[in-house]
Design a protein around this ligand. Structure first.
Ligand code: HEM
Length: 515
């Protein structure tokens, strides 16, 4: 019996050992194959790829994963900026990716010069969910035609009283803050204001951010997304990880997306059916005027684009308002100058409106433009893909087909090749005293590279509204209050970027103005 058992054990161990050896051999072969594949691809990408002549960080070109690690760490965009400083206006950042920082690149990548280069993140029509940013070329043309009137001068005049309600409310709330004497996180107030007013223009409804200090699902979503960003970046590095994420978190993500869609759809449909708000002059009113025309928007498109406008029109403006506040507080002579401009031009707070503010406050405009340069709301590169079939000339360089290309805003706006004393906040560079005087050190600034609202047929549709809104809010803030930076926010600009700036609280003392 023992003899038989011993014999069987020996056999089983043999099988066990043999299968272990087989498995190990398989894993080793796989690893060796992976190493060889990575090495051969790296050598090809550096020495034989059609983009080999374009300079760039070799390690990223050879091993693109390294770039993603920087994205996860939140310092990728600063590394990209450093690479542009080292290599110049045209830099290769990956096997099939080239970044630009010169003015001509805007025209060649985003302009009308040739057939439109598609957005690299719009895959066919799969993401074409009705929102204008993801639409393919023909849908985009139609949607833009339907949405454009909502951003015309006429519409802005109708929208101003709706917007004023929220700017008045902001002033009221800040007076309460001032009377308490504590410092406050000004970003929260800017977020409440911009989200409240865009919601009113899109849905004809109040979100009660300013009135009740209530957050909303759009702000919550952005916060969630920022927290999840490192994980999302990590999974893009490997199809396997992406599958794992789909399996683990897929149902929860889908449920939360569906919940958001349902809520925003409900708000949009209520507004579409609210007859008493016809001719209100808000976004929905103008977009619905496309009904019966060739370019008419469907209900689904109205729903998707109102949701888009909430994000595109609020976070961007609030971010810039935070940036301009910080940089003014760090630059006392600019703060003094802009405050004096506002207070000398307007006797009463209520006299400040869209038209008067744009006519009477040139230094304020320079302060906003300089903030859009040093702290662009979209600091990254909005990548496009060159067309198949033939190389595309971009800024004088022939770029092969299917290459991801873009102007990296942070690098272009902070480049010493484009701006004198580029890392400093100097609103004077935008004034006629600099732009018209050849003896000014800022005369040769390449201002044409500064396109924080992008360029071409897909540039920002809300640019004018954004300027009016930002000017009105800043002018009224400076007319009413004296501001000071709290010590803990003195290095606020040292932030990470993961798609958007990761803004820590901006703590500011707000005091009723003293003459
Ligand atoms: C400081 C404020 C703002 C900045 C810096 C900004 C910047 C931009 C940029 C860079 C784009 C191009 C995006 C791309 O190519 O994918 C864009 C597009 C867009 N923006 Fe803005 N934006 C601002 C405010 C607004 C406002 C207030 C609205 C409307 C309420 C708005 C609505 C849009 C829309 C709908 C698009 C898509 C346009 C299209 O695809 O044709 N933005 N914005």
């Amino acid at each position: 019996m023992t003899g038989i058992r011993g014999f069987l054990y020996q056999k089983l161990e043999g099988v066990h050992l043999a299968s272990w050896r087989g498995a190990l051999l398989l894993v080793a072969t796989f690893i060796i194959f992976q190493i060889l594949h990575t090495a051969v691809t790296a050598i090809y990408n550096i020495y034989f790829h059609p983009l080999r002549e374009i300079p760039g960080p070799k390690l990223w070109i050879a091993f693109p994963l390294l770039k993603n690690l920087h994205m996860m760490g939140g310092d990728l965009d600063f590394k990209v900026r450093a690479a542009h400083e080292k290599y110049g206006d045209v830099v290769r950042f990956g096997p099939d990716q080239v970044g630009f920082t010169c003015p001509e690149a805007w025209r060649d990548i985003y302009g009308h010069g040739h057939a439109e280069l598609p957005k690299s993140y719009v895959k066919g029509s799969a993401m074409d969910d009705g929102s204008i940013v993801y639409s393919n070329a023909s849908n985009h043309f139609r949607l833009r035609k339907a949405m454009q009137p909502a951003f015309s001068e006429k519409a802005l005049r109708q929208q101003e009283p709706l917007i004023r309600v929220y700017v008045d409310l902001l002033m009221e709330r800040l007076r309460e803050v001032a009377d308490k004497g504590d410092s406050t996180n000004i970003i929260r107030w800017y977020n409440f204001t911009t989200f409240d007013l865009i919601a009113d223009l899109a849905y004809g409804e109040e979100l009660h951010g300013l009135a009740g200090g209530k957050s909303n699902m759009w702000i919550d979503n952005i916060e969630k997304l920022m927290k999840l960003m490192p994980i999302l970046v990590l999974v893009t590095t490997s199809p396997l990880l992406s599958k794992v994420l789909q399996f683990v978190a897929g149902p929860k993500i889908r449920k939360s997306k569906a919940k958001h869609k349902e809520a925003s759809e409900l708000m949009a449909m209520k507004r579409i059916n609210r007859k008493e708000q016809v001719d209100r002059g808000d976004f929905m009113d103008y977009m619905m005027r496309s009904r019966g025309e060739k370019h008419e928007m469907t209900d689904a498109e109205l729903v998707a684009n109102c949701d888009l406008l909430m994000i595109a029109g609020s976070e961007t403006t609030a971010s810039l308002l935070s940036g301009v506040t910080y940089w003014l507080l760090k630059t006392p002579h600019s703060l003094k100058k802009v405050t004096e401009e506002v207070r000398s031009m307007f006797e009463r707070d209520e006299d400040i409106d869209f038209i008067e503010a744009s006519a009477k406050l040139p230094y304020m405009l320079a302060c906003l433009d300089e903030a859009l340069r040093i702290f662009p709301s979209i600091p990254i590169s909005l990548t496009r893909k060159t067309l198949p079939g033939a190389p595309t000339p971009i800024a004088g360089v022939m770029i092969p087909e299917n290459t991801k290309v873009g102007v990296h805003q942070l690098s272009a706006f902070h480049s010493e090749r484009n701006f004198y004393r580029a890392k400093e906040y100097i609103p004077e560079r935008w004034l006629p005293e600099s732009t018209n005087d050849p003896s000014s050190p800022f005369y040769n600034d390449r201002r044409e590279v500064h396109k924080p609202f992008s360029f071409g047929p897909r540039d920002c549709i809300g640019r004018n509204l954004a300027y009016h809104e930002m000017r009105l809010i800043m002018a009224r803030l400076l007319w009413n209050f004296d501001l000071a930076l709290e010590e803990q926010s003195k290095n606020w600009h040292e932030q990470k970027i993961r798609g958007l700036w990761e803004k820590p609280p901006l703590m500011v003392f707000v005091k009723r103005r003293t003459e």
